[in-house]
Design a protein around this ligand. Sequence first.
Ligand code: TRP
Length: 460
Amino acid sequence: MGNDKRIDPWSSDQSTDYARIVDQFGLSPVISSKLPNPGMLHRRGIVFAHRDLDVVVGCMNNSDPFGVLTGLMPSGRMHLGHSMVIEQVRWFQEQGGDITVTVADLEALATRGTSLSKGRETAINEYIHNYAALGLNPDSTNVYFQSTRSPVQRLGFTLGRRTNLSEFESIYGFTGETNLAHVQAPLVQVGDIIHPQLEEYGGLRPIVVPVGVDQDPHLRLTRDIAQKTNWFNVKPRKSGGITVSLSIQEDNLDQMGVSSNGRVDMATRNSVIEQIVNEISSLGFSDIITNPKHGTIEIPAATSVDKQNIRMKMLRLERQFGGMGLLPPSSTYHRFAVGMTGDKMSSSKPETTIFMDDSIDQMSKKVKRAISGGQPTVEEHRRLGGVVSKDVAFQYLQFFFERDDKAIEEVRSEYESGRMLAGEVKQICIDRATEWLQDLDEKRHQWSDRLTEFLAADST
Ligand code: TRP
């Protein structure tokens, strides 16, 4: 693997070398000015990278349907770190997305030993309750449990045929000692991510998964598997334009006109090609070059902008032929906020973060003790100024508590110039966090007997 490092989704020791991760795994940068109504996490560069987000932005711009999938492991208490993904889900929901929330109770059982009944209780009382209080709208939110949604498990099982142990060893570092429930967890997650595209869960539409970079291995796996199932590959042509090529697989030999002796039945093949040509013509292309024997269809005038429309047409056609017609998921990645002690945030170290139900007193103590970017003496501070990149109070305003960009920039310039002291930034943080926690607490009360509104029928 050379200098390449593996990402371990189950380790609390997450890498924050974002530039290397972007580079190594080929993520694209998020450019907030290209988003409709960018949210505060986009504007501040906190959601910094993506895969295929343009597909979802296209849906927003055209008012086409798209879905959002997020998941939680129901173990431990919910803290600020967990709330970031909900801020993003809420934004997608405001832009028209439907929301599916996975309670990863099988994963928590496999990797943390959390029993399914305990997982259920934690998911509802701790996570879903706070998701409601953070502003998810139940009308387009569906919460389900991995353990009770059999289509998800069935997908995990069937799609498992498209990967193997060596690939799991290289992606996740699994060894001969790895517990087999743990080995299955990523496949269940593939099922989570893919299943909203099934007809009974909303059908073919782009699905975006907002996550921290620690979850990217699952997205790479899912995208790779989804793409392997596709019957029609849509790729840029070397000389410009786009090529659609048939992907002959064990389960589509009949439909693709391949007889049991391996010979191509040209009548069937020509009919497949003709149907593809019809679909492509319907998008307005007239110059289409076909090679039925090789199973290729070239569209010289198609641009990268047309690619998504062609892909969707091909996936729909694949479904008509009896294939799964799966679109690889889109994803976005956010930076992690620093832990309050300089360590990573972790539910098992309460001093590193603020829990959703911490009292104002507990929160204030943590902020007061948190690492600051102030200089050792007031004299030096006035001269050199504070360092925002090291300052927990500043970062928490930016990541969580202050929605107004102008207010953030004012604190930044006052602090960096040395006019504002570290203690003053902490006090601002405490004030904003107080409002934030009080509001959340109030909303939690409002939702406490209405949580079933969020649960899908198979969760109750
Ligand atoms: N693996 C995630 C975690 O560690 C939980 C999860 C399960 C998930 N399925 C998902 C996250 C699908 C996003 C999408 O918390």
